[in-house]
Design a protein. Structure first.
Lengths: 115, 113
């Protein structure tokens, strides 16, 4: 069984379009994340939701809008795509509780190419 | 502002050798330091992690060494194998911070047979 799944795996689109990436986890975790990995492989957190509440919102253009319909799903919608948005986007999930830190599980990634 | 600095950027090791990757952090609030392994086309996967209350943690061929006073930690891969060829990321986070991982820039390891 896939723990964290993302769709689509590849996304090729033109500048100015709007696109969405979907993420689902079946681990029963209460927190989900979006990370961006650029062409140099640098991984940076973008957003995080805990029990459907936005808890981490890094310096990301407001063209990016995450949505969490329930604890198991976190989607990323991107408006007016730009060339610089080309990257691999990873969804991750984790259980979060007080002073405990639990393993963060990553999905397989969505490679977005903007032409 | 790069809160976690990782070196080297790339590393070539012969089969059976020791691979060493180093990381340094700035934020003294960090109290959990995981290492992630990423193969091409895959998501990062947790390899091993350490808390600052211990100076070393070993799991199989993988060892983390931690120096709290120097704010440095390193990953040692003993008896490196071609199957270890991947990109390795160190990371840091603080408890109570919703597990927000701050990653190093990554090290591309190639183990030659």
């Amino acid at each position: 069984d896939t723990a964290v799944s993302q769709t689509p795996k590849y996304l090729v689109t033109q500048m100015g379009n709007d696109k969405s990436i979907k993420c689902e986890q079946n681990l029963g975790h209460d927190t989900m994340y979006w990370y961006k990995q650029d062409s140099k492989k640098f991984l940076k957190i973008m957003f995080s939701y805990n029990n459907k509440e936005l808890i981490i919102n890094e310096t990301v253009p407001n063209r990016f809008s995450p949505k969490s319909p329930d604890k198991a799903h976190l989607n990323l919608h991107i408006n007016s795509l730009e060339l610089g948005d080309s990257a691999v986007y990873f969804c991750a999930s984790s259980q979060v509780g007080g002073q405990n830190i639990y393993e963060q599980y990553f999905g397989p990634g969505t490679r977005l190419t903007v032409t | 502002q790069q809160q976690v600095k990782q070196s080297p950027q790339s590393l070539i090791v012969q089969k059976g050798g020791i691979s060493i990757i180093n990381c340094a952090y700035e934020n003294t609030a960090f109290d959990y330091f995981p290492w992630y392994q990423q193969f091409p086309g895959k998501g990062p996967a947790l390899l091993i992690a350490i808390r600052p209350d211990v100076s070393e943690k070993k799991e199989g061929r993988f060892t983390i060494s931690f120096n709290k006073s120097a704010k440095q930690f390193s990953l040692h891969i003993m008896d490196s194998q071609p199957g270890d060829s991947a990109t390795y990321f160190c990371a840091a986070t603080s408890s109570g911070g919703y597990n927000k991982l701050i990653f190093g820039a990554g090290t591309r390891l190639a183990v030659h047979p």
